[in-house]
Design a protein around this ligand. Structure first.
Ligand code: MG
Length: 257
């Protein structure tokens, strides 16, 4: 099932997405939820990013095919970094291309949301703390990433973290480590891989990251990008599509002065 966060007039709410219809939830998504009687047409709602994360934690190099493409050896442990919450935008919102960069790139990634507060989680218990899965685009100003050495500026521009469109709440037989993942620039497929190429699996990432920092409900963890990253230009439309999870589409627009 897919749960979205929506805006209608001035109210913000979570809802269960069933085709073109959205049924409002009675309570928040971090506890047992049920649907109420209020129903909307999806087309009449603004789709918001799936949460207000305290932080977005991302993994640097986590796909075998991407490591190979870069001629990097397989890392011994994950490299993690953070995007500020101000980077997060929802589906359809424009990615603003900053005028100080000449090379802004897409990175299609499978992300997941944290369900409850946790710290020092063992990987065998990680499932208890995962609410669901979503698509994420780890937009990166590659030229600035190379220039700075540090990644905070290159990955931290406002709008550089499209997330959504919805949260996929996993069915019992769902395997996050066997999903086709693609980036489509305009109509051209640029990344086409499978999460079975992940170097560090999701449960291990929960253990690794929570051994460093406390995680809160709504925090987002992104699992890294496969081979085929590349540049986007103002006027482009970028899609991150993950089997079963969803399809996230954002336009790229030149940032205003
Ligand atoms: Mg990335």
């Amino acid at each position: 099932m897919h749960i979205g966060r929506f805006k209608y007039n001035r109210s913000t709410f979570y809802g269960l997405v069933e085709g073109d219809t959205v049924r409002e939830l009675n309570n928040d998504i971090y506890h047992e939820f049920s649907t109420g009687s209020k129903e909307y047409q999806l087309k009449n709602l603004i789709i918001l990013p799936p949460s207000h994360p305290a932080k977005v934690v991302l993994v640097g190099l986590n796909y075998r095919d991407h490591a190979k493409e870069l001629n990097f050896s397989i890392p011994e442990e994950p490299v993690i970094f953070i995007k500020p919450s101000t980077t997060v935008i929802g589906p359809g919102e424009p990615i603003l291309y900053p005028d100080i960069s000449r090379q802004v790139e897409y990175e299609a990634e499978l992300a997941f949301l944290i369900k409850k507060e946790c710290y020092r989680v063992k990987q065998e218990n990680a499932g208890e703390y995962i609410l669901g899965y979503t698509c994420l685009n780890d937009v990166t100003a590659r030229d600035i990433q190379k220039k700075d050495g540090q990644w905070t500026r290159a990955k931290g521009f406002d709008t550089f973290c499209p997330v959504g469109p919805f949260i996929y709440i996993p069915a019992k037989d769902f395997d996050p480590h066997n999903l086709r993942i693609r980036a489509i620039l305009n109509r051209e497929t640029r990344q086409d891989s499978n999460t079975n190429n992940l170097i560090f699996n999701i449960n291990y990432l929960v253990q690794f990251i929570s051994s460093v920092m406390r995680l809160f409900p709504g925090d987002i963890i992104s699992t890294g990008t496969p081979a085929g990253v590349g540049p986007m230009q103002p006027g482009d439309e970028i899609t991150v599509e993950i089997e079963k999870v969803g399809k996230l589409v954002n336009p790229v627009v030149k940032a205003g002065k």
